[in-house]
Ligand binder design. Structure first.
Ligand SMILES: [Cu+2]
Length: 151
């Protein structure tokens, strides 16, 4: 048994060396949106001022699985959909419901809930084409908001 495990590990290491840089973001073709108020400063987008997430505009095809990861070293951030918005509202559109993790599809609405440092959200499926705006419950005005475009 031990011998079997060791052999598998050696194979995995060899595969990494041969195949280049392994993905750090959970595999299966999923897309990670990094969440950091300190690393991702304000930037202009067609939807208004964005910031706090990288990429500011994530473009994916239908069926893609997404998740958010808090890469800051403090608590907390959320990634919470702004229902029906085509531009970022000037004031925070969120209520305390954003603090509860919910939703597994973009079209159904979602929130990551409060993500601790290093924590990731649930997996969310880009189930229908469209533009989905979202932001952080705690820092919406920072600005901390971004977009996902599903093609
Ligand atoms: Cu935040």
């Amino acid at each position: 048994m031990m011998r079997h495990l060791a052999g598998g590990l050696a194979l995995a290491l060899a595969a990494c060396t041969a195949g280049g840089i392994p993905s750090s973001s959970g595999g299966s073709g999923g897309v990670t949106v990094d969440v950091s108020l300190t690393q991702f400063g304000p930037t202009h987008t067609p939807y208004g001022e964005s910031g706090g997430y990288s990429p500011a505009i994530t473009v994916v095809s239908v069926g893609t699985q997404l998740h958010f990861t808090n890469v800051d070293n403090f608590c907390c951030h959320t990634a919470t959909e702004i229902p029906g918005a085509t531009t970022f509202p000037s004031g925070s559109p969120f209520n305390a419901g954003a603090l509860q993790q919910h939703g597994t599809t973009l079209s159904g609405g979602f929130s990551s809930g409060a993500m601790q440092p290093g924590a990731s959200s649930q997996t969310i499926t880009a189930d229908q084409p469209g533009t989905y705006l979202f932001g952080c419950f705690f820092h919406y005005g920072a600005p901390m908001r971004a977009a996902i475009v599903v093609q």
